[in-house]
Ligand binder design. Structure first.
Ligand code: NAD
Ligand code: SER
Length: 315
């Protein structure tokens, strides 16, 4: 059984991915790590290491200590936060990737996962059914770092044969861990505020369509991609994954089916310009063909689950 290190295990994706990987690979074979503690179930079900991914020596010693075969490198600063600290975001997003790539090369690790994002696209990209290969001129620091990262992972595959795999995640929606400062975070906040206040003030305009995905589908896609035979992969940059496209108005209407008095108001901020530069919908036919991408949840099923889980969580 391969031994896996997850970097960024306290975040929105890491906190759920670790638990799923532990089910598949065994608790002790999946080491969680982050600069801050992870949720209780992650901390208590297997090994956890406090790690700043930019600390090359510490990362090296953790990889050797646990005889790690695969790394899932999730640590990053997301789109909204990155705009307030562009150089820090570039430093964390890019330098950490280079550290992990070099470690994989020198220690001959078996496999890496590094997520990209719909943020690699920009205002000149076709916004409907955005193809896998198209114009990519991102205008956010986060998008620029993800596009540069895609070029680097492909380079390391071509030059050194490192088996690194990647998904351009759409906005991810989950109820376990709060979203970490992205432009798509409204689609998580809205469910919390629906339960807490029966009202929400949205930082994007009502008709802003973006691609999104419910976390169980994103975790399944990630593990499916990592477990597919390498021969199935026709590209080594990052795969488009479409999920479901909807607007804030669509989510509000869905919530109103459960809570007819729920009200929404709109006060767009700087994140509106970021959202305006991203695709409204994505063509993920290459991922479906290469490694059998599927997703289970539509907006209706996801909204029902979000509301019931958050209600239970908040008591
Ligand atoms: P998040 O912000 O919730 O979690 C990131 C984690 O990284 C945090 O727990 C943070 O403490 C940790 N971290 C930050 N700096 C670190 C450092 N120097 N060393 C170690 N850990 C550090 O983010 P997320 O939503 O879980 O996203 C994970 C990855 O997926 C990121 O690369 C992100 O760009 C990508 N992604 C996320 C989404 C989404 O909607 N959540 C969409 C597209 C891509
Ligand atoms: N959900 C992410 C963000 O908004 C997309 O990568 O930053």
């Amino acid at each position: 059984m391969d031994r896996i290190l997850v970097i960024g295990s306290s975040g929105q994706i890491g906190s759920e991915l670790v638990m799923e990987l532990r089910k598949n690979y065994g608790n002790n074979n999946v080491v969680a790590s982050d600069i801050k503690p992870s949720p209780q179930d992650v901390m208590e079900s297997g090994p956890f290491e406090t790690l700043d991914v930019l600390d090359v020596h510490q990362l090296h010693s953790i990889v050797c200590k646990y005889k790690i075969d695969q790394i899932y490198h999730l640590a990053a600063i997301l789109s909204g936060k990155a705009e307030s600290e562009p150089l820090k975001a570039w430093n964390i997003n890019m330098d950490s990737l280079m550290v992990v790539l070099e470690l994989a090369r020198t220690l001959k690790l078996k496999k890496l996962f590094w997520p990209s994002s719909i943020a690699v696209f920009g205002p000149t990209t076709p916004r409907h059914n955005t193809p896998q290969h198209t114009i990519m001129e991102p205008n956010t620091v986060y998008g620029i770092s993800k596009l540069a990262g895609e070029r680097w992972i492909e380079y390391y595959y071509n030059k050194y044969g490192i088996d690194i795999r990647s998904i351009r995640y759409p906005g991810l929606i989950s109820y376990k861990t709060e979203a970490g400062g992205g432009t798509t975070d409204y689609a998580v906040e809205i469910f919390y505020e629906a339960i807490k206040q029966n009202a929400y003030e949205c930082f994007l305009k009502e008709d802003t369509a973006l691609p999104m995905m419910f976390m169980p589908d994103a975790i399944k896609a990630t593990i499916d991609l990592m477990e597919t035979d390498a021969a199935n992969l026709s590209l080594r940059s990052s795969y488009n994954v479409a999920g479901i496209s909807f607007t804030p108005n669509d989510v509000a209407s869905e919530i109103q089916k459960h809570q007819p008095d729920f009200s929404i108001s709109y006060k767009p901020d700087f994140r509106q310009a970021i959202a305006n530069s991203w695709p409204k919908s994505i063509d993920d036919s290459v991922a479906r063909k290469d490694w059998g991408l599927t997703n289970e949840f539509d907006l209706e099923a996801m909204s029902a689950k979000m509301l019931s889980e958050i209600k239970a969580k908040l008591g």
